[in-house]
Design a protein around this ligand. Structure first.
Ligand code: 5RP
Length: 234
């Protein structure tokens, strides 16, 4: 396992300390939270942990199912106790850019239905201001070119349709992803999110503002817990 993978694993596993018997847990998507999900599966088998997971993507659903994690969805469960997910960037306000894996829409729906959100990340994801990572925006496939033109008016850098080899990348919802380079900084993520959301054809924006309560960040010097002041886990 390479050094970055070790950091992802440490952060992912540490998040399981917040999971208690009987909880309903939003299960995020990506290569860091994968380790959280694997550890939860281990605890279910070896320690009789009782939880219900709500997956944020088809990939996560497949993984969780293969590990024997009981699953449900938001049609059956209104509120979740906690969501654990990765992020592409997080800043000092605990605001996030997500969607590097293309699952941002369900990730946001599940996070917003949760009483708290924990992000697991290695220290490459920490930034002072969001914006170096191109902002993923999910769009309806019938209207993506119009949406791209609208976003280009807001964005001085490149806006590109995400590809998966030769073909456009298609999300679990059947949408496309526009990767919008608003860098070097997004000075007002809340306003930008709301501006983009008003564009007809936008499904969801990968800015998570005021949603995350705690970040578990791993680096070569160890695992650190960053807790948002006045957040739901403080
Ligand atoms: C998927 C996401 C992921 O959480 C984000 O891309 C981080 O993934 P990883 O832990 O693999 O770096 O938002 O839509």
């Amino acid at each position: 396992m390479n050094a970055v993978e070790v950091l992802k694993k440490e952060a992912g596993i540490s998040a399981c300390n917040y999971v208690k018997n009987g909880m309903k847990i939003g299960l995020g998507t990506g290569s860091t939270v994968k380790y959280t999900i694997i550890e939860l599966g281990r605890r279910i088998v070896e320690e009789n942990l009782e939880i219900i997971g709500v997956p944020t993507s088809e990939d996560t659903q497949k993984l969780a199912k293969s590990l024997g994690i009981p699953l449900s969805n938001l049609s059956e469960i209104d509120r979740l106790d906690l969501t654990i997910d990765g992020a592409d960037e997080f800043d000092n306000n605990y605001d996030l850019i997500k969607g590097g894996g293309g699952a941002l829409t369900r990730e946001k729906i599940v996070a917003l239905a949760s009483n708290a959100m924990i992000v697991v990340a290695d220290d490459r994801k920490k930034v002072s201001t969001l914006g170096q990572f191109p902002l993923p925006v999910e769009v309806h496939i019938s209207n993506w070119e119009n949406v791209k033109e609208h976003i280009e008016k807001l964005c001085t850098n490149e806006v590109s349709l995400r590809y998966d080899s030769e073909e456009p990348f298609v999300t679990d919802n059947g949408g496309y992803i526009l990767d919008c380079n608003f860098g070097p900084i997004i000075s007002d993520p809340y306003t930008l999110e709301n501006k983009i959301k008003t564009i007809e054809g936008v499904v969801e924006v990968g800015l998570f503002v005021g949603i995350c309560d705690l970040v578990i960040i791993s680096s070569t010097s160890g695992v650190n817990i960053l807790t948002k002041q006045n957040g739901r886990l403080s």
